[in-house]
Write a protein that binds this ligand. Structure first.
Ligand code: PEP
Ligand code: MG
Length: 760
């Protein structure tokens, strides 16, 4: 029986050791020919420049033909398969009307032929073909095998094609491969150039082989010393970062310390030592057991905990031996730190003035390291999964946090362009600070309210400094995420009061706890098959009325003196959720009244993030004081595209006509019901999108403090009448590409070209 998955596993395992990507093709033809027991297996790849299919590797055909046979689309059987993008399985190749003989391949003796197109993301990559002497078509099982192999290898092969193409670009002096591009997901915005430092651990706990000891006493001592050293290291790192990081981000150190001080964990390690394991083996056994439990969990926050535990395990292990490859003293130039599971202690090793970017081969935009980069104001790229084997330490790098891209050994042009962008960005941001007190108003007098998105207390001051007219979205789940357990009502009051007081008398739109999906609490496990379609936002809080009512009471108490509180409800998908919230609000007000605290009723808004909320908007509008469009989730749910999945990231696009038309309808309904409408997702921070949102007459835009000046600049530079014309044009365009290119050329004309394009 043919087992395609087993063969693929073997190919991938062997591929991990390849030094040269070109060997991948040899590996594929070898394995497929061997497993199928066919006489030939060949791979042809499409050269995008010449639009020809080149024979790249073969087992069975004359090796001299490899690299020499080039077919046009439609030429021969291979060209036929590529042109029709469908497989061909024939008894005798020569009898097919499209057959063409290439004498140099020496294939006259082969009859049975099966060829399958290799297609990745709708793009033809090439063709894989098997042949046999026997004049007989390949069986259904063989056909299914080759189809599976082609489908699974399409992704890696398409990357290979790019790597090869990039590799062809050589530095004329050093002859090294240049301009390698790696795509991940956005972690934190910004662009920077620097030397890449790859964090390798000289002592990985993973590599420890289980050993017994005759001397448990000695092993206890080794463990205790290493544990104490790791704790001390954590304190020093905390001190080193204290000047750079805000308090609530520093609290992430608390997570590590908690793990280090967890008596259960160290008790288990001691027990293993007692039962005869060496300190290192006991540490590995315990850490792995705990990490595996977290790793299996659906939600990303708990999975992140597995990373935390492994990291701490590695730190303790490192202290049993030596220290890591990277020493702070090594670093004396702008540095992009890259690693599998970067942690706050790695970040602390690089002097703040030299750290320009962070890249992780794991994680998402909500990983601790991305939160950290945002707080430090440096770009970050996450989830660069294809990276694990690269020998990249000491390469020149460019990090583009706007697009989630890392370039290695960039060619001079690219380097110059990014250097210009980075300079322009720094200058613009500095210059834009002068706009702080200017209104967000178009040159022909259309006024928009410009608010800040916050969650971290660290964002309060930057928002104010950049002239935010209030807070459009306060993500209340962030303080919950940074806590080690549910914060008490009084703790919440203190946190909320800080932000309400800082912005008073301007409004603060506090969103009630929005967890679930990719946002979860380290101390509250939610395990679901489909977390984005599960217990999220208001569904969770309504089902946990105790937590909900306590949060609402805390918000009301915090806003009592300042009177600038509005409550925003996340993930509304049904009318009865809003009605149920009003019951909670009534109850909270009543309870506070009974306790002698008189509260004025806050304004209540609904987030429009789920398509059903858009459909029900006429009824929602009757129930709330305003609506706020969460464009991140709205785009994700309307287009059915996971916002954190790099595989489909090119489909996650708010310029998709379906999204734009929906926004237009939402605004029309809100206006008909005379309630204000805002956008508080990332779309509002995208300068090209701002032009369209202006034209649609959004009343408010809410963006992170970092993006605020840029957005204000766009608003203050364009005429509303011009924006309206562009929007009219955009509505006649068929796809996001056309719309974007029109808007980019407009931004170019306005003088914000380079930077805006980097931000798009
Ligand atoms: C959104 O979905 O656009 C939004 C603002 O909410 P969050 O990103 O916090 O889910
Ligand atoms: Mg959302």
């Amino acid at each position: 029986m043919l087992e395609p998955l087993k063969t693929l596993r073997e190919i991938f395992q062997a591929a991990a050791d390849l030094q040269n990507p070109a060997d991948l093709l040899e590996l594929i033809v070898d394995q497929v020919q061997r497993v199928m027991n066919s006489d030939v297996c060949s791979v042809y790849l499409l050269d995008e420049e010449s639009n020809e299919l080149d024979l790249m590797a073969s087992r069975g055909l004359n090796q001299k033909a490899v690299g020499r046979i080039h077919l046009q689309l439609g030429e021969g059987l291979i060209g036929y398969i590529a042109e029709h993008r469908s497989m061909l399985n024939v008894k005798c190749a020569q009898e097919h009307p499209n057959f063409k003989l290439f004498p140099e391949a020496k294939e006259e003796k082969f009859n049975g032929f099966l060829g399958v197109p290799i297609i990745s993301f709708r793009k033809l990559i090439g063709v894989i073909a098997v042949q046999k002497r026997q004049a007989k078509a390949f069986s259904d099982e063989e056909e299914a095998f080759v189809i599976t192999i082609a489908a699974q290898l399409a992704g890696p092969l398409s990357q290979w094609v790019h790597l090869e193409k990039d590799a062809r670009v050589e530095d004329p002096v050093t002859h090294e491969k240049v301009n390698l591009k790696f795509q991940g997901v956005k972690g934190a915005p910004g662009v920077a150039l620097g030397k890449v430092r790859w964090i390798t651990r000289t002592h990985e706990l993973e590599s420890v082989v289980e050993r017994k000891t005759e001397d448990p006493k000695k092993e206890h001592r080794i463990f205790q010393d290493a544990l104490a050293a790791a704790k001390a290291e954590m304190d020093t790192s905390g001190d080193l970062l204290e000047a750079t990081l805000p308090k609530d981000v520093l609290a992430l150190f608390g997570v590590y310390k908690m793990i280090l001080e967890d008596k259960g964990l160290s008790g288990e390690i001691e027990q293993h030592i007692e039962s005869g394991l060496t300190a290192a083996s006991a540490l590995k056994t315990t850490v792995e057991a705990h990490a595996r439990i977290f790793e299996k969990m659906e939600d990303s926050y708990l999975r992140a905990k597995a990373e935390d535990i492994r990291h701490i395990g590695n730190r303790i292990y490192a202290h049993m031996h030596a220290v890591d490859s990277l020493q702070a003293a090594d670093i004396q130039e702008p540095t992009i730190l890259v690693g599998k599971d970067l942690s706050i202690t790695d970040v602390a090793m690089v002097p703040a003035k030299y750290l320009v970017g962070l890249v992780c081969t794991s994680g998402s935009s909500l990983s601790h390291i991305a939160i950290l980069a945002n707080a430090m104001g440096i770009p970050a790229v996450m989830g660069l999964t294809e990276f694990s084997n690269a020998k990249i330490d000491q390469s020149e790098g460019i990090i583009d946090g706007y697009r989630g891209v890392l370039f290695l050994n960039p060619i001079a042009n690219l380097r110059d362009e990014y250097r210009r962008l980075a300079k322009q960005e720094a200058k613009l941001i500095k210059g834009l600070d002068n706009l702080k007190d200017e209104p967000a108003e178009t040159t022909d007098g259309v006024r928009v309210k410009l608010y800040a998105n916050t969650g971290l207390q660290a964002d309060i001051t930057p928002g104010l400094l950049r002239g935010a007219e209030g807070v459009g979205l306060y993500r209340s789940e962030i303080p919950f995420m940074l806590h080690e357990s549910f914060p008490s009502e009084e703790e919440q009051v203190k946190i909320y009061r800080k932000i309400l007081e800082a912005y008073a008398p301007n409004p603060v739109h506090m969103r009630t706890l929005d967890i679930g999906g990719d946002k979860s609490l380290p101390y509250f496990t939610i395990s679901e098959e489909n977390p984005f379609l599960g217990w999220r936002g208001i569904r969770f809080t309504l089902d946990n009325a105790g937590i909900f009512i306590s949060q609402v009471r805390a918000m009301l108490k915090a806003g009592k003196a300042t009177g600038n509180l509005s409550i925003l409800l996340p993930m509304i998908s049904r009318l009865d959720e809003i009605d149920a919230f009003y019951d909670i609000l009534e109850e909270a007000i009543q309870q506070l009244k009974e306790a002698g605290i008189d509260i004025c009723r806050p304004k209540v808004g609904a987030m429009i993030e789920v398509p059903s909320a858009m459909v029900m908007l006429p009824d929602i509008a009757k129930r709330v004081d305003y609506i706020s469009i969460g464009s991140n989730d709205f785009t994700q749910y309307l287009l059915a595209v996971d916002r954190n999945n790099p595989q489909v990231s090119q489909l996650f696009n708010w310029f998709n006509p379906a999204v734009l038309r929906s926004l237009k309808n939402i605004v029309a309904t809100a206006k008909a019901h005379k309630i204000p409408v805002s956008v508080c997702g990332e779309m509002a921070a995208d300068p090209a999108a701002v032009i369209l949102l202006l034209a649609m007459r959004m009343d408010m835009l809410s963006v992170s403090a970092q993006n605020l000046p840029k957005v204000k600049w766009v608003i203050r530079t364009i005429r509303y009448e011009r924006a309206k014309k562009l929007w009219e044009k955009a509505q006649r365009m068929r796809d996001e590409e056309a719309i974007l290119s029109m808007l980019h050329s407009e931004l170019d004309n306005l003088g914000l070209g380079g930077l805006i394009r980097a931000g798009a």
